[in-house]
Design a protein around this ligand. Structure first.
Ligand code: TYD
Length: 214
């Protein structure tokens, strides 16, 4: 039975979410909270191998439904092997991307359809949905500009998509915000890092305080 809290972070490329949740996990751990930080696609070796296949810039022949299925497969393995056991122990799981990425990227931006992508993901996740999702919002040109300045970050196959793809990703997230207003909170990630971080941390801290881990 699930007892912990499952918190996911979402957003377009260059929104700064990965740096923010790393800092957040450190700060929560310092406060004595049992927290596990993980990411999608990846988090465990089978899913990291699937990640290599999906994100390899050489794989230009990849069909969009294959892409969606691979993300769902990586998600399933990651949940079964890592996330669900941690939640069952009562911990807080902070996950960099989850289902909403598939709905926004493959469902909306790739044009497969959010309902279609949801249906294969329903098979993969069964009933494990996030308790809280932070969506870091930034305009695609700002986000992509940040990535190109950030040397050392890998440039993946999806980063290489044209700007209108990234506009559609953002539009997909806006649709999800309308659909799940209680679960997803939007954070303006165009502000300076410290402001964005504090905003995000306050939301998570309040959420944990209101729903103590049993
Ligand atoms: P990553 O390097 O982790 O990017 P980021 O720092 O932006 O999270 O690469 C993950 C990429 O995979 C990113 O471009 C978003 C994409 N993605 C999907 O398209 N669908 C998904 O379901 C997931 C989890 C990620």
């Amino acid at each position: 039975m699930r007892q912990g809290l499952f918190i996911t972070v979402e957003g377009p490329e260059g929104a700064g979410k990965s740096t923010i949740i790393q800092k957040m996990a450190d700060e929560l751990a310092e406060k004595g909270i049992d927290v596990m930080l993980t990411r999608e696609p990846g988090g465990i070796s089978i899913a990291e191998e699937i990640r290599e296949v999906i994100l390899n810039p050489k794989n230009t022949a990849m069909d969009e439904r294959t892409e969606a299925l691979l993300y769902a497969a990586a998600r399933r393995q990651h949940l079964a092997e890592k996330v669900i056991p941690a939640l069952e122990k009562g911990g807080i799981v902070l996950c960099d991307r989850f289902l909403d990425s598939s709905l926004a990227y493959q469902g909306h931006a790739r044009g497969i359809g959010m309902d279609e992508v949801y249906s294969i993901n329903k098979f993969a996740i069964e009933n494990t949905m996030p308790d809280l999702t932070l969506y870091f919002d930034v305009e695609p040109d700002v986000g992509l500009g940040r990535i190109s300045k950030h040397k050392g970050r890998e440039v993946n196959r999806l980063d290489l998509e044209a700007i209108d793809f990234h506009e559609r990703v953002r539009e997909g997230y806006f649709m999800l915000l309308d659909q799940f207003p209680d679960r997803i909170t939007k954070i303006d990630a165009s502000r300076p890092f410290d402001d964005v971080y504090q905003n995000a941390f306050d939301i998570v801290e309040k959420f944990i305080a209101e729903r103590p881990v049993k």
